[in-house]
Design a protein around this ligand. Structure first.
Ligand SMILES: [Zn+2]
Length: 371
């Protein structure tokens, strides 16, 4: 009591107590602020991003790589099996890669795409995974890929394949279901809910549905069903890019036909998947300058149709502005993608080493079906 009496009666002690109360109040707010600062300390910001792509998976490798399959050699070279894809995801995760949304890697300033800093959890490395030609071309049906992506009776994404006349529903053969399952088990493989990007053509519809104009039989139903799958994919975080309408060679197609192509994609695919600013060149063949060194008319058309980010193919990481020529002021944001297929799994072990060990990934059993 005596001490207490001393404190409140001593002017210096009074000041001391008041000061301490202020310090405590300050500390309280500071710690609160500090916890926000701490949340930001969990992330870093970067322009660097890896981009891998592959095609639809060999869902039934025993069929796809069988000797009597007309597509055997093509599939062995250009595709990976569902087992290889599962191995790749495990390895990428082990090596601290995590998916980012391609649309978050750039922003639009004055009508042009510029790189955007990507927010990445500390300890993770950002990666984009995209998938080309997801149409399940009718010519390739029953040769080892699934027939289409569907919604099951619970409204979840599933895979439908007709095997020997029987329709089979699966959940572990194609990249969408495999990736969804992987992210469910390892949520930190996806940064801010990111998934992959589907790069779509239009000449034979999308996702296994014959939504193209020349389907005179059941186009409306196909569109209706495709839209349901698209809606579900979007709700899960999947995004879409244009991979041209007819998968042409950019250097060979005439300007007039190129314009028709772009319009067809917009009318028949863009209508279903919504706007996209990402253009993925078929065969990785691109053209920004014409023979005279000026911005090519085809490139201008692509820009008129709203495309901002352009993706090529290359085993070196490249995310920068083209053309390099300093005299040309108009730059295009360009991103290369590393191809993951049977050929690169076999022959690009060193280039792929930072991402995954091709020897661990390689599906030796199924690929041994090919000589
Ligand atoms: Zn393609």
């Amino acid at each position: 009591m005596y001490i207490f009496y001393l404190i409140i009666n001593n002017k210096i002690m009074k000041k001391f107590v008041i000061l301490n109360v202020f310090i405590l109040i300050f500390m309280f707010f500071y710690t609160n602020n500090y916890s926000f600062a701490f949340a930001d300390d969990k992330y870093y910001y970067t322009y660097e991003v890896e981009h891998l792509f592959t095609h639809c998976l060999l869902a039934y490798p025993d069929i796809a790589l069988a000797k009597d399959n007309e597509m055997q050699l093509h599939y062995n070279q250009d595709c990976i099996t569902h087992l290889e894809f599962k191995n790749i995801l495990k390895q990428l995760y082990k090596n601290n890669y995590a998916l980012v949304d391609i649309n978050k890697c750039f922003k639009v300033e004055n009508g042009k795409a510029v790189k955007n800093k990507i927010r990445v959890p500390i300890g993770k490395k950002p990666i984009i995974f995209s998938f080309d030609d997801v149409n399940y071309d009718h010519k390739k049906l029953h040769l080892g890929m699934i027939d289409k992506l569907i919604l099951d009776e619970n409204g979840e994404i599933a895979e439908l394949t007709n095997i020997n006349g029987k329709e089979k529903i699966t959940y572990d053969r194609e990249f969408v279901c495999i990736m969804e399952d992987f992210i469910q088990k390892n949520p930190d493989f996806s940064i801010d809910g990111a998934r992959g990007t589907l790069n779509l053509t239009g000449y034979d519809g999308i996702l296994g549905y014959r939504t193209q104009k020349n389907n005179k039989v059941n186009r409306d139903t196909e569109i209706e069903n495709a839209k349901k799958v698209v809606k579900k994919l979007k709700s899960l975080g999947w995004t879409f890019a244009s991979h041209s309408y007819g998968h042409y060679h950019m250097k060979k197609i005439s300007l007039d036909n190129f314009k028709i192509e772009l319009q067809s994609w917009k009318d028949e695919v863009g209508e279903l998947v919504g706007n996209t600013e990402v253009y993925v060149y078929p065969y990785g063949e691109w053209e920004i300058l014409d023979n005279t060194g000026n911005i090519s008319k085809k490139h201008k058309l692509l820009e008129e149709f709203g495309f901002k980010l352009f993706c090529g193919v290359g085993m070196q990481q490249f995310y920068s502005y083209l053309p390099f020529d300093k005299s040309i002021k108009e730059k295009t944001l360009f991103m290369d993608r590393k191809v993951i297929d049977g050929f690169t799994l076999k022959n690009r072990t060193t280039a792929l080493k930072p991402l995954f060990d091709t020897n661990v990934v390689y599906d030796y059993t199924n690929r041994s079906l090919v000589n």
